[in-house]
Write a protein that binds this ligand. Structure first.
Ligand SMILES: [Zn+2]
Length: 397
């Protein structure tokens, strides 16, 4: 049976399954073992801090308007996180009696940022229309240059990118120690929050709970290998992951001697469905909170100005106008996209509309558009480039 389990495990990690619970793969170089944290004498230890509140910025990237999720939906996710991390989730009583003593209030909470990195007031939500229709696990959503949204200073904010993901991927996270500009979690827009979610399995916001668990240094319960170690004392060893909704007890053949209670399949760091992912343990809470020790990797969050009062009351300076022209205008058989220096501008995507807003043409990677077949009249040409998106009017002779 052991031989049987291992191929299932490996196959499920790397195949593009219909729904992939979590795509986070730990970079060993990023791993911060609690044993490596050197406590210093000055400053409060995590145990002294009653509640750690993490400022959050949510970057909503949308191509289709359906992905531009509402502020209420974002707030529903924050509320779900605060319940899950406090063991105040409505379904906590579903934890089997044998595991109830292990349930922990992590004393970690989440709040949308009230101050942005420039010191201006914010609601903690960045909305950005993008020419990218779906994203991969390659971090491009974290950079404005590739159609995404730049991270806010990750020393002071938890960055969450909410966008459409391909390959059935639900989300992924960076572990502590990742590059600052990529630090944060990515969640699929249609399963972020607990309201307006059509998905029947991932509708309680627990993909975010799980991924933020990784961001706070938690590993999967099976340590990503057969009977592996998650470096948490009070989670039983288990041979691999559980999916769906299991019945207590789950004792698998060759199950790392974890009888009589078996796998803690209802832990947020397993792969159970949202309805059956219910708890963190005291050991997991301790491991997460150790990041906030005086030399811990997320200590700086405690000094974040993001939840204070705005200190910059000036208006933002408008980004340099993205100037481009349609040439010639009036147009003949072709129009060219010209940048402000008179050179050709390559559009990542262009869309041509008539004066009534009807879409007539669309294309990618173009600097020339054939207009010979268009009737005489007025047209609108919208281009999307890494520098921005803008629309120009032109006349066809
Ligand atoms: Zn995971």
């Amino acid at each position: 049976m052991r031989i049987f389990f291992i191929p299932i495990l490996i196959g499920s990690f790397f195949s593009a399954a219909a729904q992939q619970r979590c795509s986070t793969i730990e970079n060993p170089a990023d791993n911060i073992s609690p044993n490596n944290i050197q406590y210093k004498q000055q400053g409060a230890t995590p145990e002294d801090i009653p509640v750690i509140t993490i400022p959050v910025v949510v970057h909503i990237l949308y191509n289709d308007n359906s992905d531009n999720i509402s502020t209420e939906q974002v707030l529903s996710q924050i509320a779900a996180l605060n319940k899950d991390f406090a063991a105040l989730n409505d379904d906590i009583n579903k934890v089997p009696a044998a595991f109830k003593p292990f349930i922990a209030d992590t004393r970690i909470r989440f709040e949308l940022a009230r101050v942005d990195p420039e010191g201006r007031a914010t609601n903690g939500i960045v909305r950005k229309k993008t020419y990218q229709s779906a994203w991969k696990q390659d971090d491009r959503m974290k950079f404005a240059d590739s159609g995404g949204s730049d991270a806010w200073d990750s020393r002071y904010y938890l960055n969450i990118w909410v966008c459409r993901l391909g390959s059935g991927m639900l989300g992924y996270a960076s572990f502590p120690g990742a590059a600052a500009e990529k630090d944060g979690v990515v969640i699929r827009s249609d399963i972020f929050g607990t309201i307006n979610i059509e998905h029947t399995v991932y509708n309680k916001g627990r993909t975010a709970t799980h991924e933020i668990g990784h961001w706070l240094n938690l590993k999967h319960l099976w340590g990503d290998k057969y009977c592996g170690d998650d470096e948490v004392e009070d989670t039983p060893p288990q041979s691999n992951y559980n999916s769906g909704c299991s019945s207590f007890p789950v004792i698998k053949p060759g199950s790392c001697n974890n009888s009589p209670h078996g796998d803690m399949f209802m832990n947020f760091m397993d792969f159970s469905d949202d309805a059956c992912a219910l708890m963190f343990t005291h050991g997991q809470a301790k491991r997460m909170r150790q990041l906030f020790s005086p030399s811990g990797h997320r200590r700086s969050i405690l000094q974040s100005p993001a939840l204070g009062a705005p200190w910059n009351l000036t208006e933002p300076v408008a980004a340099e106008a993205f100037r481009w022209q349609v040439y010639p205008n009036p147009a003949g058989n072709d129009v060219f996209l010209r940048d402000e220096n008179g050179g050709l501008l390559l559009a990542d995507e262009y869309v041509l509309f008539d004066i009534n807003g009807r879409k007539l043409m669309q294309g990618r990677s173009a600097n020339t558009i054939h207009t010979g077949k268009l009737p005489s009249g007025i047209y609108l040409l919208q281009v999307h480039t890494a520098r921005g998106s803008a629309t120009r009017k032109f006349v066809k002779r």
